[in-house]
Design a protein around this ligand. Structure first.
Ligand code: KIV
Ligand code: ZN
Length: 497
């Protein structure tokens, strides 16, 4: 019989910590419900003490989700644990995830403490969390750089104190796969009572080894993996859910099963990417746009003769429907609704009507509407913004000065300005600044094509600093100058009320 591996999804906690990826509570519920349908065992819904928004999201996700365990993160601090317990009170099954740093870096520099004191705090926080919930997970932060003998003492002590799961994070993504696997093996062989708890992996991807380390951990005895959709997460991200699920499905000899319904992987990946405004790199394993695209003649010929010559995964197994209906200006609402459903997005009739209207406008400019276009359209709800772009006119080219005229609609009143710049975007942004009159600077500015072709939609991600705080803006348009100005206005709407 095969062993069961628990999938612990932290897209809404570790994934959501990425600047610019923040979701509101409604969006988080949408993601949580999709994760439930995907078959994850545990959803880490947030860090309740960190903000009222995070607290509220844990409450609402607990109410909305039925099957997965809902988990909340804390530090080894009583007030954190109390906040987590309070936020989890509506969960059908709840878990508190508490812990502390165990590596010399954390003990000496972060806590100015000793191994013995940290061990005591670890035991105390597990006992405190046990007063509120039965299921307590303990994390040994920076376990990747923690000496194995000391780590084994901590793991043994927290299991004795009642921890049901012990998480061994490679917080900095430093370990080699062999080293991480050895660590799990060492704990499995040297911790008394290790079978009374589940060991969990939590690997970061700083050196591109998160998935390899996770699998190595599983091969050596870990029975829970902490992952995110599309591998999103701080810095280079976390282990990606879809990679682990498909490795275990492809390598039956490992004899390990998960509950993941792999056919839902692609829709969930698109949905998370769309909601978090986080593009998936085209060559990303399993869910990248090119993951199943054979471009060389030799490969195309081989695949046409027999798919398995060059493909180890059938795209249908991850929910990529290669017979997908192509949407064009002649497609009706039903086709659009069907495509949205395939992408994991349910819409009301009202919303569908609005999206369809924008769909027709886009289809007028672009021959084929792709999945990313549809997701962009469904997230586009600018009509409710206080400041809107009324019109934009630019003159630019080689040998002429770039100038722009802009009109903004601010709560129904029109304001116009014109400016020159070193290019059309610079001119237009300067004109907007003349109207808004605040000290704001663009920190990051990324223009990306959704698909390919000169008629493509350009997506713009922008970070704007105002009063020491960074605000995130996003827009998409077939005109990239308009998209840049709209992304700037999107960010401004977040601080000019
Ligand atoms: O990477 C890490 O160590 C973490 C812990 C808080 C679990 O995210
Ligand atoms: Zn982490």
């Amino acid at each position: 019989m095969s062993d069961k591996l628990f999938i612990f999804d932290t897209t809404l906690r570790d994934g959501e910590q990425v600047p610019g990826c923040q979701l509101n509570t409604i969006e988080k519920i949408e993601v949580a419900k999709s994760l439930e349908a995907l078959g994850v065992d545990v959803i880490e819904a947030g860090f309740p003490v960190s903000s009222p928004g995070d607290f509220n999201s844990v409450v609402e996700i607990s109410k909305a989700v039925t099957w997965p365990v809902i988990c909340a993160l804390t530090r080894a601090v009583e007030k954190d644990i109390e906040a987590a317990a309070e936020a989890l009170k509506y969960a059908k099954q709840s878990r508190i995830h508490t812990g502390i740093g165990t590596s010399p870096y954390h003990i000496l520099y972060k806590f100015n403490s000793t191994q013995e004191e940290i061990l005591e705090r670890a035991v105390a926080c597990v006992k405190y969390a046990k007063k509120y919930v039965e299921d307590v997970e303990f994390y040994c932060e920076d376990a990747g750089r923690t000496d194995n003998v000391y780590l084994a003492r901590v793991v043994e002590a927290v299991i004795k104190a009642g921890a049901t799961v012990v998480n061994i994070p490679d917080t900095t993504g430093y370990c080699l796969p062999s080293e991480y696997g050895e660590k799990i093996k060492f704990l499995m062989e040297n911790v008394n009572g290790v079978h009374q708890a589940v060991l969990s992996t939590h690997c970061h991807n700083d050196l591109g080894m998160a998935t390899a380390n996770t699998i190595s951990g599983v091969m050596n005895g870990a029975r829970q993996v902490e992952v995110t959709v599309n591998g999103i997460g701080e810095r280079a991200g976390n282990t990606s859910l879809e990679e682990v699920a498909m490795i275990l499905k492809s390598h039956k000899e490992l004899n390990i099963d998960t509950n993941i319904n792999t056919r839902k992987i692609y829709p969930v990946s698109r949905m998370v990417s769309g909601l978090m405004n986080m593009p998936v790199q085209p060559n990303k394993a399993i869910v990248g746009r090119n993951a199943f695209a054979h471009s060389s003649g030799i490969h195309q010929d081989g695949v046409l003769k027999n798919r398995e010559s060059y493909e180890i995964i059938d795209p249908k197994d991850v929910g990529i429907d290669d017979n997908a209906i192509v949407l064009t200006a002649r497609s009706g609402r039903a086709a659009l609704k069907h495509r949205l459903a395939v992408l994991g997005v349910e819409v009301s009739q009202d919303k569908l009507d609005k999206v369809y209207e924008n769909f027709l406008k886009l289809a007028d400019k672009k021959k084929e509407i792709k999945d990313d276009d549809v997701l962009m359209l469904v997230g586009k709800d600018r009509d409710t913004q206080r400041i809107r772009l009324d019109y934009l006119q630019v003159t630019s080219g080689v040998g002429v000065k770039s100038v722009a005229s802009v009109c903004l609609d601010i709560a129904g009143e029109k304001f116009e300005a014109a400016s020159a710049g070193n290019g059309p975007v610079d001119a237009a942004i300067k004109a907007v600044k003349q109207i808004i009159r605040r000290q704001m600077t663009i920190q990051e500015f990324l223009i990306q094509a959704i698909d390919r072709g000169s008629d493509d939609v350009g997506k713009v991600h922008m970070q704007v600093m105002y009063n020491g705080v960074v605000y995130y803006g996003f827009a998409a348009n077939t005109d990239i100058i308009a998209a840049s100005v709209e992304a700037f206005i999107d960010a401004i709407n977040k601080f000019v009320k």
